[in-house]
Every structure is written in C-alpha cells, then in structure tokens.
Design a protein around this ligand. Structure first.
Ligand code: GMT
Length: 375
C-alpha cells in the first residue's frame, strides 16, 4: 500500500504522531510519502520506503498572504498521480483536510478516486476549529473525509457536539515506542542538574498559552518550601519569555532550567522524578505518555483526554485547572513517600506498555486504512 501523509512538520504532538506512524508503516513495508512545507523534524536520516515531497509556495506581489492550502492541494494531486498513492492520511484538520478534499475532487474529474482520512489532534477541534472563520470549513472537511480518527474519546465527543455532526469517528490513541522511552539504569543527566541530590520536576511542551507553563514554576515554588527540588523545562514557544521572567521574579532562576528544544527526550525524562502537565486543554497528552513510558508519574489537570491516560491515584494525580496548591501537594506527597512513588512509577510504565505501545496502536491504523479502502 502507498500512503501519503500530511502533517505540521515542526515541533508538536500531531507532527510527532504522524511521523512516527509513517516510520512504523515504512518499517512494515508500506511506502510512505510525506507531503508538507518542510521535512518533519523526526525524519533525521534516510529510511527505506519513506519519501518526502516539499510543498513549494509561489510568491507573487498580488499574493499578500500565503496560499499554502492551495499549494498543498496541487502537490497532493501530483504525488497521488505520479506515485500512485492508495490513500492520503492528513493530521490536524486545518487546512490539511480541506486540501485533501480538493485534491480528491480534482482526481475525480480525471475519473480517479482517492480516499482520505483525517486524524483530529486537539486544537483543530477545541480551539482553532471553533473560530467563526474556520468552523464551517472544519465541519465540512470532517463530514467529507472518507474516514476520521480522533486521539481520545474526549476529542471524538467534542467533535460530535461542537460541529453538530453524526460522522462516524474512530478513536485511536497516541502511541509510544516503549523500547526508546523506558526507564534507564544510568541517569547521567540527573547528576548534572541535581548536584545536591534535589528532586527533579519536568515539563516538556511548545510553551503555548494552553499549556499553562507558568503554573509549573509556581508549583516548584510551593514544593521547594518542603523539599529541595529543581524544575527542568524542555521546549520553546510564545510563553517562554514570560516563564523566564516569572522564574526571576520568584527568585527561582537557579532552580528552573530552561533547556529549549531537545531531541534526546528519553535521556532527559529519565533525569526526572515527576512530570507536570498543568494544561488548560489537552486532547490526549503525548508528552505525558512519553514520561509514563519512562516510569515517571504525572501530575496533571483533569482536562480533555488526560483522564483517559492518567489514572488518578494509580499512575499519577489529577487536579482542577489552575489548582497549583493541590498539584504541589500531590507532588510533595509522591516525593516524600518512597513506597508510593515506586508503585506509581511501576504503574505508569505498565500502563504505557499495556495500552499505548506502538506495536498495539499502529496495527489499528492499518486496520482502519483497510476498512476505509474496502468501503
Ligand atoms: O492541538 C494541538 O495543539 C496540536 C497538537 C500538536 O501538534 O501539538 O497537539 C495535540 O495533539 C497531540 C497528538 O495527538 C496530543 O497528544 C495533544 O494532547 C494535543 N494538544 C492539545 O490538545 C492542546
């Protein structure tokens, strides 16, 4: 089978899921063609069966704004035709699903059919998709997709209610490579950041407002009143400067370590004791899953799909959005009770392995592809 995959290629959960899925499909013998404006950041080296098609953007004085959705459509049509694709799988509805629909119509005119599947990831439904300028388009492209998947039950329900549709939506959770993300025996990075044996809290994200990264710094401030601790912040984005300012204001500049964007995530996660996810909106929480697979319990908010991933009082703790006191209390409770911590750590790893292993989830996508192609 030949599959075209379109995603946002930069840092972000939807691009990570799309790229890891493409790589997993390629390793199973499927031919995978990524179509995007840049090479997905996890495609760092040559991989058999993987091809990349860059969307070129025409510039012309009349085009004051980028016509990416249209350039993407043209590239899709070209790749479908010349690479003889069987299926297009787009990740994140805006604008990818619309481009795929348009490409499908163009192929139809030529007497050919191409099926396309849209995977909904999060803010395409919960935030951006609700903007009046996008809403009718998102609803239309969901309803016109040959297949739609969502990364949690929460996101499926939100889609059905927000867009007032009865479209059939398959829930396929995010997945993780449990060999790559695992508890390490040696933790060299830990000694570098916690020189005096402090406990280590960690958070990784793209520092968008929905992630509420400043909450992690306020949690550290409270935790430090009880136990020596450090906070490692991985990633970059709009809220980073505000976080740096807040760390200075709270006199925590030596205790909050900003690492910026990093690739060696399993090594870095292994340096930590607790993963913090204080998000205001989270359809699944891939970065929390990455931590759990490394045996790191997660303290998070109760929003979106997080309760489908994190089991309160078993693999971590869940609190209300903005309830910094409670989240800090949970962190302290776990870090001061060795026995409980060991159980939570073991439960986290076991849950990641049992339900979210790449080898369990990727076949669900393959089955779904078959179902849609056979329809
Ligand atoms: O919706 C987004 O914010 C974009 C997307 C991304 O590219 O970062 O994130 C979403 O997709 C991930 C992969 O499916 C999920 O694990 C994240 O929970 C989700 N983010 C949000 O819902 C905020």
């Amino acid at each position: 089978m030949k599959i075209g995959i379109t995603c946002y290629p930069t840092y972000g959960g939807s691009g990570v899921v799309a790229t890891e899925l493409g790589l997993a499909l390629a390793s199973r013998g499927y031919q995978v063609h990524f179509i995007s404006y840049a090479i997905p950041h996890r495609l760092t080296h040559f991989v058999e069966n993987v091809y990349f098609h860059e969307v070129e953007m025409a510039s012309y004085p009349l085009f004051e704004h980028s016509l990416y959705a249209l350039s993407l459509t043209s590239k899709m049509v070209e790749v479908i035709e010349y690479e003889k694709l069987d299926l297009i799988h787009v990740h994140y509805a805006i604008p990818h699903a619309v481009s795929a629909w348009l490409a499908k119509q163009i192929r139809k005119k030529a007497g050919k059919d191409i099926k396309f599947i849209t995977t909904l990831h999060g803010t395409d439904i919960t935030l951006m998709g609700l903007e009046p300028s996008f809403m009718p388009l998102v609803k239309f492209s969901i309803e016109e997709s040959d297949g739609v998947t969502a990364v949690s039950r929460f996101l499926k329900e939100k889609t059905l209610t927000n867009f007032n549709t009865n479209k059939e939506i398959e829930v396929i959770y995010n997945f993780i490579d449990i060999e790559k993300y695992r508890p390490f025996q040696e933790k060299p990075f830990r000694e570098k950041i916690a020189i005096h044996g402090e406990k280590v809290l960690i958070h990784t994200s793209n520092f968008r407002v929905v992630k509420r990264v400043p909450d992690t710094i306020r949690i550290l401030q409270k935790v430090k009143k009880e136990i020596p601790a450090k906070l490692v912040l991985v990633g970059d984005g709009p809220d980073r400067s505000e976080c740096e300012r807040l760390a200075r204001e709270l006199d925590l500049q030596k205790d909050v370590i900003f690492l910026g964007k990093q690739d060696a995530l399993p090594e870095i996660l292994n340096a930590a004791d607790i993963f913090l996810m204080p998000s205001q909106s989270e359809s699944f929480g891939l970065s929390a899953l990455e931590a759990m697979a490394c045996g790191i319990p997660v303290v998070s908010t109760s929003v979106g799909g997080l309760p489908e991933l994190i089991i309160h009082n078993e693999t971590g703790y869940i609190a209300e959005i903005g309830d910094i006191d409670r989240m800090a209390k949970y962190v302290i409770e776990l870090l001061t009770n060795e026995k409980k911590y060991a159980i939570f750590s073991k439960n986290s790893r076991e849950r990641a392995v049992k339900y979210f292993d790449k080898n369990l989830i990727v076949p669900k996508y393959i089955e779904y592809y078959q179902k849609i192609l056979n329809n």
